[in-house]
Design a protein around this ligand. Structure first.
Ligand SMILES: [Fe+2]
Ligand SMILES: [Fe+2]
Length: 191
């Protein structure tokens, strides 16, 4: 793991759970608006294909357009910070791929963000693997689900680990990977 590639990475502004609720909601609304903009599919796919094997690329393409756009913004942000390691680039593109396992509507995302902001315990109760609450369960579990998908697609083990932990506030294992994780989380919050 080349240390020189992780020398520069802005610190996370705040832990995810410490953000004010209106900042979290405003950020999600902005993401949705960005996702509605038209884009050059061929160019974007070519950009993702630079870092992903064919099975991983088809996984990336399973994501809704909104999530594909978000993943590319995370990728470009990391590149602006001087990051080029393939594992981190793969994680940038696929960190939210677990969300593609459910048909997650805009209202699911809005309710999930609001409930999480108001009470973490309510969010845990809302997430259930069966019935109408399944999309909320997928939202809650998407790091673990996405890591399993990335592993099946043959992604780098470091990328799989980063995807699995990209929403964890405190990670104590694998200290050498934590700087990459901090970069991924900082870019994810910005994008
Ligand atoms: Fe995520
Ligand atoms: Fe994300």
């Amino acid at each position: 793991m080349p240390g020189r590639e992780i020398d520069f990475c802005p610190r996370r502004r705040k832990a995810h759970h410490g953000r004010r609720w209106w900042a979290a909601v405003g950020y999600r609304v902005w993401q949705v608006i960005q996702g509605m903009w038209p884009w050059d599919t061929t160019e974007e796919v070519r950009e993702a294909a630079q870092w992903l094997s064919p099975p991983a690329l088809s996984l990336w393409q399973q994501q809704p357009r909104r999530d594909r756009r978000h993943s590319l913004r995370v990728l470009r942000t990391l590149q602006r910070w001087g990051q080029t390691h393939p594992a981190l680039m793969q994680a940038a593109l696929l960190h939210d791929v677990g969300k593609s396992l459910a048909r997650i509507r805009l209202w699911h995302r809005a309710v999930w963000v609001l409930v999480q902001a108001v009470n973490e315990g309510w969010a845990e109760r809302l997430a259930h693997p069966e019935g109408w609450r399944f999309p909320f369960w997928v939202l809650a579990e998407h790091p673990r689900l996405g890591a399993a998908l990335a592993q099946q697609a043959g992604c780098d083990p470091d990328a799989v680990w980063l995807i699995a932990h990209h929403q964890d506030v405190a990670v104590t294992e694998h200290p050498s990977r934590q700087q990459w994780l901090a970069c991924l989380q900082a870019a994810d919050e910005l994008c």
